[in-house]
Design a protein around this ligand. Structure first.
Ligand code: FAD
Length: 423
């Protein structure tokens, strides 16, 4: 059986960053396992720019961002397997046993530590139950993006996009640039769920209408999509009778949410957070199962890859420390964990736990529940405010970040509560 110190599952930006950091922190034998035909993850299909502003201080395309990391992986001689899908993870004699299907059949690999970096997948039509037949021409937006940008197929000519998340917005522009007519982007919420810069650059610049508080009520067409019926929604998300409108199209792209890929994680007994659908982690990106770390979209859906990279470095470094401590038969740092609680106005907080003995700055990532203007993010411990940050404008689609520096961490002795409050 092949033996490694750290095995990273997934060769997207999270996996690449984590593998590099594990190697840099003293783990000689690091392996990345990727089911696709190349490293880079979702970035390979994101040929638009907007990546790397924080990490490299320049605006890169997805493949360029991934390319920089792949080069570093090669320079560090880190092993990777492509076209290899991890199917199962077991534990035996203090080792993790990874079963994967590769080009030559089933293989087993043993590891001291595992980093989960499997990204996320798209919600499908089945998850949102749109009535109608099942004609050709209904795609997930990310799948259509792969067809167009990597395989060279234009998936349709007259398009309606359902969901105004970033993938939907980016595909509205992409389809237009390829010569298709995007009839409209339809959103059930009263606000878009994408980044503001994407609304401006992908819709406004191309005069593509965004229909808010609207749903697709029916998909028409038997062999191929021939149109959709849209309907306006009231504040309780009920269809307003008489508001129906038929829009002709041959293609519907669905951009209706992402689900972290955690079948492997739950299979090994890692506890998942109901709000993020990702593993519960502490500030070392350690899950609650010893020797398993996680980072990137598998933990929570990120809008910026730079923060995926940041998180992956923490996971890689701490996986390496765990392995080195294990080899030296030293106990890993004590887990004096306190909880980070999403309080008023906050949807979720990651990490869910902080090891207050870690003596390092901690970045808390969170999303607000609703659009808020002129409010502040407040962190309380024992009912006392320990940190606050004014924010002119916050929206659920843009991740918020709070840095708790290590001096402040030293003063925390019980769970902390994060909320949105009036200034
Ligand atoms: C359409 C779109 C536009 C975006 N635009 C921007 C932007 O403009 N700027 C920006 O900063 N960010 C953007 N992002 C976000 C950014 O690309 C993601 O946050 C980032 O790619 C997530 O990295 P990841 O490694 O966690 O996941 P992924 O990139 O999804 O990588 C996960 C990898 O794990 C592999 N995998 C999964 N399961 C297994 C298994 N069982 N065995 C082996 N391999 C497995 C997958 O094949 C995949 O390669 C965009 C994302 C999308 C989808």
């Amino acid at each position: 059986m092949l033996k490694y110190n750290v095995v990273v599952i997934g060769g997207g930006p999270a996996g690449l960053g984590a593998a590099l950091e594990a190697k840099k922190n003293g783990c000689e034998k690091v392996l990345i396992i990727e089911r696709d035909r190349e490293l880079g993850g979702i970035l390979n299909q994101c040929i638009h720019n907007g990546f790397g502003l924080h990490e490299f201080k320049e605006e890169l395309t997805g493949p360029e961002y991934a390319g920089k990391f792949i080069k570093m992986i090669q320079e560090e001689n880190i092993d990777f397997m492509l076209n290899t899908m991890v199917l199962n993870i077991d534990e035996a004699n203090d080792e993790k046993i990874i079963s994967a299907m590769g080009e030559d059949g089933l293989i087993e690999i043993s590891a001291d530590a595992v980093i989960l970096a499997m990204g996320c997948r798209e919600r499908t039509r089945g998850a949102i139950d749109i009535p109608g037949y099942r004609p050709a021409g209904v795609y997930n937006a990310g799948a259509a993006q792969r067809f167009i940008n990597m395989e060279g197929y234009l998936v349709g000519k007259k398009v309606v996009i359902y969901g105004s998340g970033d993938i939907g917005l980016i595909m509205a522009r992409r389809m237009t640039l390829e010569g298709a007519k995007v009839q409209c982007v339809v959103e059930v919420n009263p606000h878009s769920s994408g980044l503001t810069r994407n609304i401006v650059q992908c819709l406004d610049d191309f005069n593509i209408p965004l229909k808010l508080q609207t749903c697709i009520n029916y998909i028409h067409g038997k062999d191929r999509v021939s149109g959709v019926t849209l309907a306006k929604l009231n504040d309780n998300r009920e269809v307003i009778e008489g508001s129906e409108e038929f829009i002709e199209c041959d293609t519907v792209l669905l951009s209706v949410g992402l689900i972290p890929e955690n079948e492997l994680s739950s299979g090994i007994g890692v506890n998942l957070d109901k709000k993020t659908s990702g593993p519960i982690v502490n500030n070392s990106m350690s899950t609650d199962k010893e020797g398993f770390f996680a980072c990137g979209n598998v933990v929570h859906v990120h809008d910026l890859v730079d923060f995926v990279t940041k998180e992956s470095r923490i996971a890689g470094k701490n996986a390496a420390l765990y392995v080195l401590n294990k080899k030296a038969k030293k106990k890993s740092s004590t887990s004096n964990n306190i909880k980070t609680v999403a309080s008023d106005g906050i949807g979720y907080v990651v990490p869910q736990y902080i090891n207050i003995d870690s003596n390092e700055d901690v970045n808390l990532f969170m999303r607000v529940r609703n659009i808020c203007t002129g409010k502040k993010l407040v962190v309380r411990c024992n009912n006392e405010v320990i940190f606050e940050k004014k924010r002119a404008h916050m929206i659920p689609s843009e991740m918020e970040r709070i840095n708790i520096n290590k001096d402040l961490l030293g003063k925390i002795d019980s769970d902390i509560y994060i909320s949105v409050e009036e200034v």
